[in-house]
Design a protein around this ligand. Structure first.
Ligand code: OGA
Ligand code: MN
Length: 275
């Protein structure tokens, strides 16, 4: 099978055609897909008809699957999480409603995911777009002064699932997950550096007073969100998107709670630590 890879935008992403992910992939096809993911940070594969098993099999080519943390995970597909406001999907759900600010998944854990896939089952006719920011390109665009300033800095990431995902918390719930990671991380497989802070989950740079930390973070949040680093995806049913969570951030635009939106998510573990 020979696939075609075409860039989605100047900023980030590639569209992959000529592959049927409901079947097993030969080595050559998988390597071509993986290279596209590493080069473009996100891949969009349109026109797929995927059952849970198919999406899991595709993800397993990249590594071990992340099990869903919520206690209600069903035993037959414990890696499947529905990102949906639809209440009768029969699976655990998360991130049900509305807008989300830019973030990296699980940066508040010691070992954040390698990446995730979302498969579009139902999409609203308006809103609920996903934005992807290229944090490698954003890092490379910094001037040398900024690069030197960020070198060696570490920041605290935090997320409380019970809070409004459009707001940064002003105080910390000690029971919610939190972890400190480098402000610039190096991709374990490409060796390229990327900015690793985000508006939703990054609270504070270590060892700095609040004003100085806020100054740097606010600059970096706005920087990675600049239009030249961002692609906004309007979903079509049957698309599968995978993002490399080590060098891209993502966000979601608002959509009406009266409209159904259902994405199936399967997440891949990262065998490498964040450095
Ligand atoms: C996620 C996420 C965005 C979306 O699943 O981690 O951020 O568009 N989803 O639903
Ligand atoms: Mn996310």
């Amino acid at each position: 099978m020979s696939i075609t890879v075409s860039p989605l935008s100047e900023a980030i992403g590639a569209r992959i055609e000529g592959v049927d992910l409901s079947r097993e992939l030969d080595d050559e096809t998988f390597v071509a897909i993986k290279n596209a993911l590493f080069e473009h940070a996100i891949i969009v594969v349109p026109g797929q008809t995927l059952h849970e098993d198919d999406q899991e099999r595709f993800c397993r080519y990249f590594g071990e699957l992340e099990m869903v943390r919520s206690g209600e995970a069903t035993s037959d597909h414990p890696a499947v999480l529905m990102i949906t406001n639809v209440t009768d999907s029969g699976r655990p759900t998360a991130l049900e409603d509305g807008e989300m600010m830019f973030h990296y998944d699980q940066c508040y854990y010691e070992n954040p995911a390698l990446g995730s896939t979302l498969y579009a089952i139902e999409v609203p006719d308006e809103g609920g777009n996903t934005l992807f920011a290229n944090c490698r390109l954003a890092y490379e665009a910094l001037d040398d002064g900024w690069k030197a300033r960020l070198d060696g800095l570490r920041a605290l990431h935090y997320y409380d699932y019970k809070r409004d995902p459009t707001l940064r918390p002003s105080e910390i719930n000690p029971g919610a997950p939190q972890w400190v990671h480098p402000v610039v991380r190096t991709h374990p497989e490409t060796g390229k550096k990327a900015i690793y802070v985000n508006r939703l989950m990054t609270l504070r740079i270590e060892g700095m007073d609040r004003a100085e930390s806020d100054g740097i973070l606010d600059y970096l949040f706005a920087h990675i969100e600049k239009p030249e680093f961002v692609y906004e995806h309007e979903w079509t049913v049957g698309e599968l998107i995978m993002w490399d969570n080590r060098c891209s951030a993502h966000a979601r635009t608002w959509f009406s709670p009266d409209k159904r939106r259902m994405m199936r998510r399967v997440t891949v573990r990262d065998p490498y630590p964040v450095v």
